[in-house]
Design a protein around this ligand. Sequence first.
Ligand code: EPZ
Length: 431
Amino acid sequence: MTKYVIQGGKPLHGSISISGAKNAAVAIIPATLLVNGVCRIENVPQISDVTLILNILQDLGADIRTVNRTTVDIDCSHIHNARVPEGLARQMRASYYLIGALLGRFGSAQVPPPGGCNLGGRPIDQHIKGFVAMGADVDVRGGYIHAQARGGRLTGTTVYMDIVSVGATMNIMLAAALSNGLTVIENAAKEPHIVDLANFLNSMGADIMGAGTDMIKIKGVDRLGGGTYSIIPDQIEAGTYMAAVAAAGGEVLIENIIPKHLECITAKLEEMGVEVEDREDAVLVRRTGTLSRANIKTLPYPGFPTDMQPQIAAALCLAKGTSVLTEGVWDSRYRYVDEFRRMGAQIQVDGKVAVIEGVERLSGARLRACDLRAGAAMVIAALAAAGPSEVSNIHHIERGYEDIVRKLSGVGADIRVVVTPDDGQAEASAG
Ligand code: EPZ
């Protein structure tokens, strides 16, 4: 078993460069299925979810060539298979984008139901509602979602989303890019990765307008051709390191980011007494004094992101006063609380609300990551705590954070990767 061993209590100083956005990459890579020609994708994060989605495309027959550490060439022109093999797709959430992309390309898709973090119920009814409105028959049988466009090609229509869904908005964009006529998505999600997917598709020849607003118009085109595209920086990775500075103290320049995407996070950190200075493509984050309490409700963009809720909670555990967190997106995103309590945090959870009574210090403990952002939050809590901590189940963290140990070590954190002797291996690497 591989785990992180962290000696807490050291303020962070230096700079961290942010990688490409996970939630953009896991949509843009399947989007290459719609393209006739080579897509050169730059700023691809090296995380296990990206490896998985690339492997799925390769299994389908894509020609994939690594150009350098963050650039990959993907050519899906020769794929003739709309059935995704079962094994890998069930390990990740974003495999649902294969339904929209394959349906758009072939008029048919057979994809196993997606996996991903356990955050309570994760239905995909809004995705299916969109496909059906565009003329697809969708049913689940034999462990697969089967989608088939009547007449072989989807037809544009207006789809009103009953709830704001990132995944459904992107999936309908994928399905509509090569469809017949105009598709309008109303009540669309507005996250930066939605704009990034639209920009990618437009740069390959699609006709999409309004991404980033709550109404997106997609005029179907007959063909997309190859090109080069660079993925946006990861808003949540940046926010995670900002929260780490808030919790552990110090001063860190977070580089290669788009400050505008971080405004919702910056505003809360400032309210908590953290200094944040915007630069052109960086933010300088400094925390020297005591943290103040804050109330936070997670909401779709541009609200405070649910994917930052556990990390900000780690900092609020050490803030002066009582903070109230309200989870506005997922049913169950407080599974990390029991682990925090073992460090001395005082948190009460009632449904979607958590009340955090700030304490003067957390103490190191053995922690088990239960999902991606919860795992990142445990790393943050451990960096701020007195004494040593261990974080296990780190495969959750490595799904979404490139080189987290190297990046944190680079700003003075005492964090090492350790492989426990029970599986017969010595320490793997130290950072
Ligand atoms: C994406 O999940 C992200 N995942 C999640 O990031 C993120 O938490 C979430 O968006 C919200 O920002 C990827 O991009 C791969 P949704 P997604 O559809 O698309 C309900 C992380 O840590 N809903 O916006 O699955 C749903 O239950 C991960 O990086 C329906 O009811 O989220 C939830 O309550 C975790 N029916 C809400 O909408 C549907 O058909 C928002 O979900 C779809 C969603």
